[in-house]
Design a protein around this ligand. Structure first.
Ligand code: B12
Length: 248
């Protein structure tokens, strides 16, 4: 099915449906299935075209990232676990997702004129190179008005803490996708505590591994988490308010 076929079938439901939220959900689901097909076929051009069409139809970039791309990638992960797709396809899925993300970034002319809600440093923990989730969180946080310092991938505990102090951040955001790398976050917790910074710096974590194993949030000593980029702003705001300085 093409995007045009999908729109036709959904628009007939839209006019009859009293529940717009349900309709939006169906639209996301349909787009996500099409996106998944492009990803599985390693069709980068198709995925980017689909993104362009959806944006020109008025679907916000943030909805595309969180409601369309994210579920497609999660399904890819499940297919990989079941050995229904190869590592090469997973690798391509990452590349295609990056292209979709870039397309959304290019079109997202939302430069906020509001004063910053707060300052945060964000990075992938030591040994973790799953950058997509982090980059999506950054784009959501910037759109919400945060000043974000992106530390990139494979970031050590020392770098997180030093960068937070240097930039005056009250929240350190750490992304991890794997169980093994999530355990490295304990080093950030230990460093914050050893330096007596726990009232000044709060630790937010996220990444798929915390969604599958919520008990890990406590095990790595995090102060908070959010299962998606859409919830990161509220959670980081809550953490910032809990520091001794509160909101800036
Ligand atoms: C794409 C992908 C890759 C790409 C990454 C490309 C890139 N540039 O990011 C590539 C191919 C490079 C890759 C490599 C590897 N991968 Co990989 N990968 C995936 C896959 C399919 C999707 C991950 C993803 O991007 N998800 C989409 C993003 C948007 O979601 P997200 O990260 O969860 O982020 C959202 C939220 O969690 C939240 N969030 C994220 N961070 C933060 C931070 C804060 C502070 C907050 C508040 C919120 C928040 O907001 C985000 C947006 O909504 C997953 C499967 C899956 N089911 O997730 C496997 C997966 C994570 N990979 C896995 C593995 C094993 C590997 C490799 C070891 C494979 C190998 N043999 O080489 C390497 C390791 C690389 C490394 N050292 O980091 C395993 C991990 C197993 C485990 N339980 O530990 C998984 C689960 C696949 C599997 N089922 O086995 N991978």
């Amino acid at each position: 099915m093409t995007w045009n076929d999908t729109k036709l079938s959904l628009s007939s439901n839209a006019c009859c449906s009293s529940n717009r939220m349900k309709w939006i959900f169906s639209m996301h689901q349909a787009l996500s299935e099409l996106m998944l097909q492009h990803i599985i076929k390693s069709d980068r051009t198709g995925a980017v075209h689909l993104t362009e069409s959806a944006i020109s139809e008025g679907i916000p970039c943030r909805e595309l990232l969180d409601g369309v791309l994210l579920p497609a990638l999660q399904t890819c992960g499940t297919l990989w676990e079941k050995r229904e797709i190869s590592l090469a396809q997973i690798f391509m899925s990452g590349k295609i997702a990056e292209a979709v993300f870039e397309e959304c970034q290019d079109r997202q002319a939302e430069v906020s004129s509001l004063p910053p809600r707060g300052i945060i440093v964000l990075g992938n923990i030591e040994d973790d190179y799953h950058s997509l989730g982090r980059r999506i969180v950054i784009s959501f946080m910037q759109a919400a008005g945060w000043r974000v310092h992106d530390l990139g991938e494979d970031v050590t505990a020392e770098t997180f803490v030093e960068a937070a102090l240097r930039h005056g951040a009250h929240v350190i955001g750490v992304s991890a996708m794997m169980h093994s790398t999530a355990m490295n976050i304990l080093k950030v917790r230990e460093l914050i505590d050893r330096r007596g910074l726990h009232d000044q710096l709060k630790l937010a974590v996220g990444g798929a591994v915390f969604n599958w194993r919520p008990e890990l949030v406590e095990q790595v000593g995090a102060d908070g988490t959010s299962a998606s980029a859409a919830g990161a702003d509220a959670e980081c705001m809550r953490l910032q308010m809990a520091t001794e300085k509160g909101a800036p």
